[in-house]
Design a protein. Structure first.
Length: 192
């Protein structure tokens, strides 16, 4: 089954388990019913921010959304898999437009930190996000240049620069350059 379709099926199955109709989930996640329909039918994967909103309403994690039920039932975690993430085994969240990719650098999102590698194509930005939960978000730029906007104040970060921000502060992350950018993102507690 294509990954887009399995993601959509997973969202729909979790929504039905929560005894929610599509309109209720869309309203609670602050997305359009049309966007939810496209997600559930495998026509799009949406943005990470959209998937986080849906996961939060469904009381689950991004990792669970991207894990097939069969994978979960068949997985027997070895001692190494509990602690180590090999490059070839990273869980990836990718999108059809390939402008934004995210790879988990931790085995799952069941711990206290969300640790990931983000790659942004040129002229790509995230939606402005703000968390209702206390916590921190740290970013370390590996390559390229990103612009982080905090409360309308812009910070240009280049290779080897880092920033720490309060998750409750409205923020947006952009790659305004013509080159790709990549950065490490550490969020605590995890954003479900």
């Amino acid at each position: 089954m294509p990954k887009e379709l399995s993601l959509g099926k997973k969202i729909k199955d979790l929504r039905i388990q929560k005894d929610m109709n599509a309109k209720e989930l869309a309203h609670s996640a602050k997305i359009s019913v049309g966007m939810l329909s496209q997600l559930e039918n495998g026509l799009t994967q949406g943005s990470v921010e959209t998937l986080r909103k849906i996961a939060k309403v469904l009381d689950t994690t991004l990792a669970i959304l991207f894990t097939d039920d069969e994978e979960m039932e068949n997985s027997q975690i070895t001692n190494e898999e509990e602690h180590v993430v090999r490059k070839v085994n990273r869980k990836k969240i990718s999108f059809p437009d390939s402008l934004y990719t995210c790879e988990l650098l931790v085995p799952d999102l069941q711990g206290e930190i969300e640790f990931s590698l983000i790659r942004l194509s040129s002229n790509r930005s995230s939606e402005e996000t703000v968390s209702s939960e206390k916590g921190e978000h740290c970013i370390y730029v590996l390559d390229g240049e990103i612009v982080v906007t905090l409360n309308k104040q812009e910070y240009v970060l280049q290779k080897r620069d880092s920033i720490r921000l309060n998750r409750q502060t409205p923020h947006k992350i952009e790659n305004r350059s013509l080159k790709k950018a990549s950065y490490i993102s550490a969020i605590t507690p995890i954003s479900i």
